[in-house]
Design a protein around this ligand. Structure first.
Ligand SMILES: Cc1ncc(COP(=O)(O)O)c(C=O)c1O
Length: 381
């Protein structure tokens, strides 16, 4: 019997990995399940992205190992994108590191900065990977609670009163998943001041800023933010490229070179064609965003109706790829989604997978066509 590493006992199989087995079994048994659980964009990337990837195959350099830091043209395109959309100037040579999706950045940043026993501030509700990676590197999760009453913003005054001496890293994620909350005007300024005061690296995970959101924001637009903040970004949702795995971490060169030390020991560069495709995506005009969002808007209108038909309430100001809906009082998220799965054959994510503060909420994905959403609606009204 070969024993696994102790760290493996700290994490469990990802919720979707388990639950989708159950959903797939229902499908195999002939149940017409509609999956509104996962946020995997179902639309195509821009055609020029597909063409660039396809055309790359005939380039003899496409098959070689690629640079650990990505193609210089890719970093140039990422810098131009940040300048255009967030008004943040970045050096393409030292302040940008392309990633294979932003998810891997969560591990690389944690490996670069956390020792065993260090503490990490993690949002509740929040993306489950922050906690699992923290456990895998032997650090300690310290959850900060987010409340609807405060538009899902951290209470930095209350946090400042805690003993933060062991805290090295804080994950923030605005626009926030799963709630879709936008950062208030001053939140990023306050976070930068908090990071400086307590000597904490604040990382804003920012993959949803272009979905149903007219004012994309970067934490790096705050003066002095680069010293104490990093930002993760991704092409997964913005350009329907989730399966291609392209993202980036941006920030001060000293942080980027620390992360590169980890990453360059983990992989040997991103496939050339994907980088060429990403360059084309990043150059898209505003037309791309308006076309994409007009589809998501139609879908969201239907999901709002579906949420209402299920007796839920929701915030019309929320952004992003999901609708976060509040259940009628006293209903439990997991029991509720199980009954909708059983009775209506619709799979919705229970809020509890994002932490205890997700109890009483459910999350609908907008990654389903209007036809599918109309069918879902017809099953509950
Ligand atoms: C909050 C958040 N961060 C990061 C990711 C990872 O995205 P990717 O690795 O595709 O860039 C996701 C994906 O669902 C997410 O919801």
């Amino acid at each position: 019997m070969i024993e696994v590493a102790n760290r493996l006992h700290t994490v469990e199989e990802y919720y979707f990995s388990k639950k989708l087995r159950e959903v797939n079994l229902l499908i195999a048994n002939g149940k017409p399940i509609i999956n509104l659980g996962i946020g995997s964009p179902d639309m195509q990337p821009p055609q020029k992205v597909i063409d660039a990837i396809a055309n790359s195959f005939s380039n003899p350099n496409a098959h070689k190992y690629q640079s650990y830091q990505g193609l210089p043209e890719l970093r140039d395109a990422m810098a131009a994108f940040y300048k255009e959309h967030f008004k943040v100037p970045l050096s393409p040579t030292s302040e940008i590191l392309p990633l294979m999706g932003s998810k891997e950045g969560i591990m690389h940043i944690s490996m670069a900065y956390l020792n065993e026993g260090d503490a990490v501030l993690i949002p509740n509700p929040g993306y489950p990977t922050y906690e699992s990676v923290t456990k895998l590197v032997g650090a300690k999760s310290v959850f900060y609670e987010l409340d609807e009453a405060n538009n899902w913003a951290p209470d930095l005054k209350a946090l400042s009163k805690m003993d933060l001496r062991k805290v090295k890293l804080m994950w923030v994620n605005y626009p926030h998943m799963p709630t879709g909350a936008q950062p208030s005007k001053f939140l990023f300024e306050e976070l930068v001041a908090f990071a400086k005061k307590h000597n904490i690296l604040v990382v804003n995970d920012n993959p949803y800023s272009f979905i149903l959101n007219n004012s994309p924001k970067s934490i790096l637009s705050v003066k002095g933010a680069k010293d104490v903040c990093l930002e993760l970004n991704s092409l997964s949702k913005t350009f329907n490229m989730a399966g291609w795995r392209v993202g980036m971490v941006v920030g001060d060169s000293k942080h980027i070179s620390n992360i590169l030390k980890v990453k360059s020991n983990m992989d040997s560069g991103m496939f050339y064609g994907i980088q060429k495709g990403a360059i084309e995506a990043l150059k898209c005009s505003s037309m791309w965003f308006s076309t994409l969002n007009s589809v998501y808007q139609q879908r969201r209108d239907l999901v709002w109706k579906l949420a209402e038909a299920l007796g839920c309430s929701y915030d019309k100001e929320a952004t992003g790829l999901f609708v976060w809906a509040k259940l009628p009082a006293h209903l439990k998220s997991e029991e509720f989604i199980d009954s909708v799965l059983k009775n209506n054959h619709i799979f919705i994510t229970p809020g509890t997978i994002f932490g205890s503060k997700g109890e009483g909420y459910i999350r609908f994905s907008l990654c389903a066509s209007t036809d599918v959403l109309e069918e879902a609606l017809s099953r509950v009204i």
